[in-house]
Design a protein around this ligand. Sequence first.
Ligand code: GAR
Length: 194
Amino acid sequence: MVKLTGNEKVNIAVFISGTGSNLKNLISHSLKKKSKFRISLIISNNPKAKGLNFANKYKIKKTVINYKKFDNAEKTILKKLKKNNIDLVCLAGFMKILSANLIKKFNGKIINIHPSLLPKYKGLNTHERAMKNNEKFCGCTVHYVNSKLDSGKIIIQKKIRIFKNDNIEKIKKKVLKQEHQIYPKAISKVIINL
Ligand code: GAR
């Protein structure tokens, strides 16, 4: 249980694999005066992830995890989370699946953002599949992580209209913009119950 009193903040680790626009957005929110959280650690499985540059820019600790040996990778992750007193893990474009064991150890304290209206389109290529199926709406979801892929309890979801002249790039952009709106809101909701 994390009790927030006065100026205390929740310590968040953000896991990324690529661009890190969600990471950047969360850092910006964390730097606001009234923010109840700080980004204390950035973890990436990809040494070339562009998002890692935000660690240097904002002087946030970062760790690149070598996933060649899965068990070692997860051991290192757990060690880092413990060492940095992490209260909440936010997956933000992290393209590795965490084991049931790690999820159990951090039960109820891992959340993820996914570019679809879950439970529709779990996994990859969400917009492509939505368009192929002539969906009228796409969207994004922040949810708790459980041991089944993209299946944990939904925290916030945002629905976005798909128009006839939309293409994958346009949809990606629209969805990402909404991701940046809902992820900080979802964190505010979640940290009350940590
Ligand atoms: C985001 O659209 C996020 O929802 C998605 O990857 C993108 C990362 O963008 N995540 C997944 O697909 C996870 N299954 P970002 O690196 O710019 O934040």
